[in-house]
Design a protein around this ligand. Structure first.
Ligand code: SF4
Length: 446
């Protein structure tokens, strides 16, 4: 029996890569297990976008070194974004690491594992166990449509770890989606570092934009994607977010009324140093445009706090944008210099204390806005898709609205993941809502 455990850090792209690795390894007879202790093969899928994730990925190595000491037959591979740039150095530094791989070559894992074949069980024997190693049935799934990025924002390591931007063909994407829908997937998130610049070549040699790809999903939802009811995409770059996309949120019923559009800073001088190529004003105009087509759209964003040279006034400009847009959620991060990037050469001159104070202030503002947005639904009927039993209360199940808001509803015996219901919202906090199914009768929409 062959067992693999993958420790994943970072974004949804890394989660997607992990799922791909598990599928590739399943073909070589590996079954996914829930702990590193139980595995013959341990893989680390690391992230280097933020210092914190990188530190986490490196700090787990101590634990794995102990496991290897107890059982020298275990094979350990270090991969992901840190693996892409630093893998060879790490293998040299830590003798318990057997090999490294990156974001661009994980598909070659079977080849990389050949030197260690005698440490794993017999591949043929394990294949009998394959049915249990199939991915768990889930109603939501990710599909990567682009990989890499050409933008080279001054703080971002992605172009160095994931390389230049590459788009997959629309046919390949639809084929992958159809296979997922066949397995019961009802909601798909299209992924890329910057999905807005998607430019996939089709089999006739012509190019497809993200807007056209979304239209294709809409058309296919009546054919090869019958059963798919929700579509989302992330992450977007404001510079490439255009009117076609804004209109798509009104015209394509499959596309959820939710948009994640990072603005990073509300200060034009900081945005210039970040090499973002837009101003706070152009960002706000794009927000107005999308709200014009879809007034009820839920918006979220990313913000970097304490970028080199960020003054108190610059930070206040960020809060100003937040007040004006009223996001559902803001994912805020303290700036930390990343290797290879331009900003790593600049003085990290906002003290850690000041960064922490600013981020606290930002979180306080955002909590109040999120509460206001979530409370707007009280008394309203919303569509929810069931995701599974609540993690904290066995009397509730958790669902998600098209606006990406989490809703808890009282459990019923016949609940299944992926079912769609209408629910009335009774209560809201700044991160979840509580509701009841519309009675009588309980109406399953699909
Ligand atoms: S667009 Fe996003 S992924 Fe690309 S360099 Fe900028 S921050 Fe990084």
């Amino acid at each position: 029996m062959r067992r693999v455990y993958i420790q994943t850090y970072g974004c949804q792209m890394n989660e997607y890569d992990t799922a791909q690795m598990l599928q590739i390894l399943a073909l070589k007879g590996f079954e996914k297990v829930q702990s590193a202790e139980a595995a013959d093969l341990i893989l680390i899928n690391s992230c280097s976008v933020r210092e914190k994730s990188e530190v986490k990925a490196l700090s787990i190595l101590g634990r794995y070194a102990q496991l290897k000491q107890k059982d020298p037959q275990k094979v350990i591979g270090f991969g992901g974004c840190v693996g892409q740039t630093e893998g060879a150095k790490l293998v040299k530094k830590y003798p318990f690491l057997d090999f490294s791989f990156g974001t661009n070559n994980y598909r070659d894992l079977p080849e990389m594992l050949k030197p260690f074949e005698d440490r794993f069980g017999n591949e043929d024997e394990t294949e009998i166990l394959l049915p249990s190693s199939k991915p768990e049935a889930k109603s939501q799934a990710f599909i990567t449509i682009t990989n890499g990025c050409d933008k080279f924002c001054s703080y971002c390591i992605v172009p160095f770890t994931r390389g230049r931007e590459v788009s997959r063909s629309p046919e390949e994407i639809i084929r992958e989606a159809a296979a997922l829908v066949q397995k019961g997937v009802r909601e798909i998130m299209l992924l890329g570092q910057n999905v807005n610049s998607y430019w996939g070549k089709n089999k006739f040699g012509s190019f497809t934009s993200l807007f056209q790809l979304l239209q294709l999903f809409q058309d296919e939802s009546e054919k090869s994607l019958k059963g798919l009811v929700r579509l989302r995409y992330t992450t977007s770059h404001p510079r490439d977010f255009d009117e076609d996309l804004a209109r798509a949120h009104r015209d394509l019923p499959i596309l959820c009324e939710y948009l994640h559009l990072p603005f990073q800073s509300g200060s034009d001088q900081v945005l210039r140093k970040m090499r973002r190529f837009y101003t706070a004003d152009t960002y706000l105009k794009k927000m107005e445009m999308v709200k014009k087509y879809r007034p009820d759209i839920a918006l979220s964003t990313d913000v970097i706090v304490g970028f080199p040279g960020e003054s108190r006034k610059d930070f206040e400009d960020t809060l100003k944008v937040m007040r004006e847009v009223e996001f559902d959620n803001v994912y805020a991060f303290n700036y930390s210099p990343r290797p290879y990037t331009r900003s790593a050469d600049w003085e990290d001159d906002v003290s850690l204390e000041e960064k922490s104070d600013r981020i606290q202030e930002l979180i306080t503002l955002q909590r109040a806005t999120s509460l206001k947005k979530y409370q707007e639904d009280i008394g309203q009927t919303v569509e929810i898709m069931l995701e599974g039993p609540s993690k904290n209360n066995s009397l509730y199940w958790t669902g998600r609205t098209r606006k990406n808001r989490v809703v808890h509803i009282p459990t019923q015996n016949d609940f299944q993941m992926g079912q769609l219901f209408e629910a009335e919202i009774l209560e809201a906090t700044n991160s979840w809502q509580r509701g009841v199914l519309k009675m009588p009768p309980v109406r399953a929409l699909a």
